[in-house]
Design a binder for this molecule. Structure first.
Ligand SMILES: NC(=O)c1ccc[n+]([C@@H]2O[C@H](COP(=O)([O-])OP(=O)(O)OC[C@H]3O[C@@H](n4cnc5c(N)ncnc54)[C@H](OP(=O)(O)O)[C@@H]3O)[C@@H](O)[C@H]2O)c1
Length: 317
């Protein structure tokens, strides 16, 4: 990764933190995009202390706000006139309440997908620039086994500005069993991550671009994600404690993401994770093909059209 510029969202904990430390150790210039908080300052101090000679930059970016994403992209442009080799759209939230962002979208859909769609559009000229100079660049999205459960069908209304009107918060029993409206919203956002990858891959290939689109999932990784969900009422604490016995470490969970970001052999249109089934919770990250339940013309076009409408502008690859 020496000589490469990497932009990654959500590095205060979990897979994003592991990935940021990994690429810094491997010699990349690293820009970490996080919303302002004590967690964000502490994480950047830790990264800087671990790699004092690395070229590291903290850029403020709140994925709940399109204005913040645009400002972050502009800052990346100032800091990376050489281009961007890897954009890792990693940050995410899970099973939050039925809340609207300031832009009016479901908090999970805007954080997990729509803001990353906008960030990718804004940074595409820099990705193309790096691809022109070094032969390739990469956009890496972070999905989940939740892409296929409870539904394998992407529904356009979840990408509309109807935040706060998507079924409420569910019962305690539903939330404990990963069922109910909070989990449908998470499912739709993680399905959107995979569908975005499929749609971006196809558009890049059609244009003969050297920018790759890849997607990863971490299985079940022991990160801060579950702690936030428990705190926000999306998971029961006792059951989560039991369930997390079946998890892998955040380092192992980050291997799909890191493989997509770094492996020379990783190809556009590949998915990396510990297997493609519903039960792929742990194990070695291996490549597999994008799946037909989102990699089809109807879903790719739906994802693109609804995402463009949400960000209020065209994303022409
Ligand atoms: N852990 C798992 O088992 C698992 C399974 C499937 C998929 N995933 C996916 O893996 C990705 C990383 O999650 P993780 O497990 O590493 O969880 P994590 O430890 O909670 O990390 C999530 C990161 O996203 C950031 N984030 C959340 N909301 C944000 C916002 N509005 N603006 C900017 N950053 C924001 C968090 O920052 P703050 O400190 O500001 O909150 C944090 O840095 C997510 O996309 C998640 O859906 C995880």
């Amino acid at each position: 990764m020496a000589g490469k510029t990497v932009v990654i969202t959500g590095t205060t904990s979990g897979t994003g933190k592991v990935a940021a430390h990994t690429v810094a150790e491997l010699g990349a210039k690293v820009l970490v995009l996080n919303r302002a908080s004590d967690r964000s300052s502490a994480a950047f101090n830790e990264l800087s202390s671990a790699f004092p000679d690395a070229d590291l930059h903290a850029v403020e970016c709140d994925l709940q706000s399109f204005a913040s994403v645009k400002a972050a992209a502009a800052r990346v442009g100032e800091l990376c006139t050489e281009g961007v080799n890897v954009l890792a759209n990693n940050a995410g939230v899970m099973a939050l309440g039925d809340e609207a962002t300031g832009d009016g979208f479901d908090v999970q859909m805007q954080t997990n997908h729509l803001s990353h769609f906008l960030l990718t559009r804004e940074l595409m000229p820099l990705l193309e620039k790096a691809a022109g100079a070094s032969g390739e660049a990469r956009v890496v999205n972070h999905s989940s086994v939740a892409r296929m459960s409870p539904s394998k069908t992407l529904r356009g209304e979840y990408l509309e500005a109807k935040g706060g009107d998507f079924g409420g918060d569910g019962s305690g029993v539903e939330n404990m069993m990963f069922r109910g409206p909070r989990w449908v919203r998470y499912n739709q956002s993680k399905l959107a991550n995979a569908a975005f990858t499929a749609a971006l891959h196809q558009r890049l290939q059609d244009k003969g671009s050297s920018v790759k689109a890849l997607v990863a999932h971490p299985g079940l990784a022991n990160t801060h994600l579950q702690q936030t969900s428990v705190k926000e009422g999306g998971m029961g604490s006792a059951f989560t404690g039991f369930f997390m016995r079946f998890s892998q470490s955040s380092e192992d969970g980050a291997m799909g993401l890191i493989s997509c970001m770094c492996l020379p052999e990783a190809q556009s249109g590949q998915f990396y994770g510990p297997g493609s089934s519903n039960f792929a919770m742990k194990g070695k990250a291996e490549p597999f093909a994008l799946e037909s339940f989102y990699d089809n013309p109807t879903t790719r076009d739906l994802l693109w059209q609804k995402s463009e409408e949400a960000i209020g502008g065209e994303f022409a690859v």
